[in-house]
Design a protein around this ligand. Sequence first.
Ligand code: GDP
Length: 197
Amino acid sequence: MESEYVKSVFDARELPRDRLTEIAVAGKSNVGKSTLLNKLMGRRHLAKTSRTPGKTRCLNFYRVEPDKSKAFYFVDLPGYGYARVARTMRRDWGNLIEKYLRHPDRPAGLLALFDARREADQPEEEWLEWLRSWGRPFLVVLTKVDKLSGNELARSLQRWRRLANGPDPVLFSSVTSQGKDKLWQWIDDVRLTSARP
Ligand code: GDP
């Protein structure tokens, strides 16, 4: 599998025009998004951690070329903390992300990442609903599951299952690679049914 960082988009006019399928990956800073992307792409340092100043208000495009199928993009939506969604929505970042999601055939699917240790409370619920409202195939991914005991994990899964209200959340760990195959399965399914297969 080949993968490369392509660009950071700060303005909707800079979005790629090559019509490759796009899989968006959303999550609050520190949720483990860069680590997950690197794990899926089989690279150690390709996706930068979102803490780099100035790099948080953009969409990062990674082009992935799996061995036996057509290339596609992972689109990293960094720094998108959901606590202040309503307020930031009208600002530049909200504008860009809305313009992106309003596009009829992009992205083909959305991965919404949550730290498995977090309680799902109101901001999470609102953010999840907002992401779902775009009507795209949607999957909740619970990250860092290696940090939880079996019991804690069962409780966490039960909560998130109720909230996800769709496909079963995927339990993911970049330490053990748990969930990696399931994620690829979902991504491949979405790509097959996408308007840009
Ligand atoms: P981002 O801000 O969402 O891109 O988060 P990072 O990928 O930079 O991860 C934030 C921190 O969580 C880093 O210290 C990672 O090493 C750690 N981390 C990420 N994924 C996992 C995981 O699956 N298990 C454990 N134990 N730590 C993780």
